[in-house]
Design a protein around this ligand. Structure first.
Ligand SMILES: NC(=O)c1ccc[n+]([C@@H]2O[C@H](COP(=O)([O-])OP(=O)(O)OC[C@H]3O[C@@H](n4cnc5c(N)ncnc54)[C@H](OP(=O)(O)O)[C@@H]3O)[C@@H](O)[C@H]2O)c1
Length: 273
């Protein structure tokens, strides 16, 4: 079992550690470098992991090093780690949104194996979806090690080109918010149709869960599943017609394109600063 060190012990690191421990990783093989003493104490008590305030010590011991600080502090943190990484050469995994592989590689040092990952917030419930990217020459064992860490909090998908990480950000990174918005709109409409708020809340959320489970677990594609609920001349058909007439598909396309473009802009802004 490899030693996995985290630089930054915040929300996303906490989710990954939770997933790894649930998955059977020995907490004694997890080391977290985090400046906040209270947070260190919480992580040690909750998961039984080892903690330190010394990033370099964590990097020296790590076989896998997860960079889990905010993107704004990553340049400074990464450059300070470079001497330790030059000696130890752990597999580095960055979960920082918007920081491109080449920029991070230059800060960490050219020889260091590096994977870029884009998880999402359902990782907190081990239901995340993570996009991974690494240019060659990452070997199979290193790819498998990166997958192992992120698979602890959900599904992982590799993308072949880094530009696609902006699309991953638009789809799964921001995606939970789109579904929350749709559920909000449904709850509001249900209340306006006369249902008590608590009934609307339960019906909408359970329906979203049920539909998602059907979509994930069924062999049928989405149009077939939709048609299965849509009897000719029935209620669902009327609602679907209203969505299509209102341009729902065009709107979704525009929203995802806007998120993808903003992700590209943010990368440029982070690199300029
Ligand atoms: N949350 C998400 O949905 C999500 C999704 C995808 C990717 N990400 C990425 O995940 C990364 C972490 O996000 P998060 O939401 O977990 O943020 P967070 O909760 O703020 O965690 C960052 C942690 O890093 C610590 N830290 C700050 N400076 C440090 C330093 N010099 N050395 C070591 N640790 C340091 C912070 O401590 P202090 O609080 O004391 O400063 C904090 O505990 C970000 O890069 C973000 O882009 C997050």
């Amino acid at each position: 079992m490899k030693t996995i060190a985290f630089i930054g012990g915040g929300n996303m690191a906490g989710a990954l550690i939770h997933g790894l421990v649930e998955d059977g990783t020995d907490p004694g093989r997890i080391l977290v470098a985090e400046p906040d003493a209270t947070r260190r104490e919480q992580l040690a008590v909750r998961f039984g992991v080892r903690t330190t305030e010394d990033n370099t010590a964590a990097a020296q011991e790590a076989e896998i090093l997860v960079l889990a600080v905010k993107p704004q502090v990553l340049p400074q943190v990464a450059k300070a780690l470079a001497p330790a990484l030059a000696q130890n050469q752990p597999l580095c995994i960055s979960i920082a949104a918007g920081i491109r592989h080449a920029a991070l590689q230059a800060w960490l040092g050219e020889g260091v194996p590096l994977v870029r990952a884009m998880p999402n917030t359902p990782a907190m419930l081990q239901s995340g979806a993570t996009g991974l990217y690494a240019p060659p020459p990452l070997d199979e064992a290193q790819r498998e090690a990166a997958e192992h860490v992120l698979r602890a909090v959900g599904v992982v998908i590799w993308v072949e080109e880094e530009s696609l990480m902006d699309a991953v950000t638009a789809v799964s990174g921001s995606g939970p918010a789109y579904f929350f918005l749709f559920m909000e709109a449904m709850e509001q409409a249900a209340i306006e149709l006369g249902l008590p708020a608590e009934t609307a809340r339960l019906l909408v959320r359970q329906t979203a869960l049920g539909a998602t489970r059907m979509a994930l677990e069924s062999e049928l594609d989405l149009p077939t599943l939709r048609l299965g609920v849509t009897s000719p001349g029935g209620t669902t058909e009327r609602a679907i017609h209203a969505f299509e007439e209102g341009g729902l598909r065009r709107l979704v396309h525009r929203a995802l394109e806007a998120a993808r473009d903003r992700s590209q802009e943010l990368s440029r802004e982070l690199e300029r600063s």
